[in-house]
Write a protein that binds this ligand. Sequence first.
Ligand SMILES: NC(=O)c1ccc[n+]([C@@H]2O[C@H](COP(=O)([O-])OP(=O)(O)OC[C@H]3O[C@@H](n4cnc5c(N)ncnc54)[C@H](OP(=O)(O)O)[C@@H]3O)[C@@H](O)[C@H]2O)c1
Length: 235
Amino acid sequence: MALESQVAIVTGATGIVGEGIARAFLQAGATVVAPIRSAGKEAALREALGSPPAERLHCPLDEYTTAEGAKALARWAALKFGAVDHIVACTGGMVPMAVLSAVTPSDFNAAMHDRVLGQVVLAQALAPLLREAQRSSYTVITGRLGVRCTMADGALFAIANAAVYGMVQALQAQLREKPQRVNELRIGAIVRRDSEAEHPHFPGKKSHPASLVAAEALRIAAGQQADDIVRLYLD
Ligand SMILES: NC(=O)c1ccc[n+]([C@@H]2O[C@H](COP(=O)([O-])OP(=O)(O)OC[C@H]3O[C@@H](n4cnc5c(N)ncnc54)[C@H](OP(=O)(O)O)[C@@H]3O)[C@@H](O)[C@H]2O)c1
C-alpha cells in the first residue's frame, strides 16, 4: 500500500473534501490524525471512515485554526509520533455569499480569519513536524475561484483563495532547500461527499465526488512532485 506505516495529518476531515482524503489515506495504509473542533463530531467521522481501528485513526479535539490551537495540535502529534510523513491542510468551508459591492468589513475579516489565517497558523505549527525526507509532503487544498471568479456572489471565495495561493508560495519558498515537498491541490469544481447526491449549499448544481479529489491528494503524497500547483479542473 502506498502509505503503509506512514503518518498523515488531515485537517478538515469532518468536511466534504477532507473526509474523502482521510478515507483514501487510511485505505492506502496510513495512520491518520484527523483533528476535530467539536467532540460531538468524532463518532460520525469514525463511522463515515468505516470505523478503522483506534490506532489507525486519531481524532484529537482541538480548535486548530487558531495560533494556539495549531500549536497544541503540533505538540500532541510530536509527543505521539515524533515526526509525521504527510500533512494535508483541507480547512475552510463556506464564506458568506455576496457580490464584491455587498461585502461587509466583518464578513471580509471572518473569511480572511477562517480561510486564510487558519492556513497560515497551521503551516507555521505543522510544517516543522514533517520528517526531513523527500517522501514527506505538505499539501494545501484550494479552490479555483481565486483564479477566475465564476460566481459573482463568490467574491469572498475569490479573495480568500487568492490569499491562500500566496501562502502556499511563501511556504514553498521557505522549504525550497529542504527535502520536504510542498504542493497546492487546486480544485476547479463543486465537490460533494461520495455518500451524497449534491453539495448541500449548491443544490441542483453539477458536483463531483470527493473520492476524485482524494485520489489526486494521495497521488501527490505518494509521489515525488514538489513546488507544484496541481490543477484538478473537473468542469
Ligand atoms: N467542496 C467543494 O465544492 C470545494 C470546491 C473547491 C475547493 N474546495 C476546497 O476544499 C477545502 C475544504 O472544503 P469543503 O467543501 O470540504 O468544506 P466543508 O465541508 O465546509 O468542511 C470544512 C472543514 O474545515 C473545518 N474548519 C476548520 N476551521 C474552520 C472554520 N474556521 N470555518 C469553517 N470550517 C472550518 C471544518 O470543521 P468543522 O466540521 O468543525 O466545522 C470542516 O472539517 C476548502 O479549502 C475549499 O476551498 C472545496
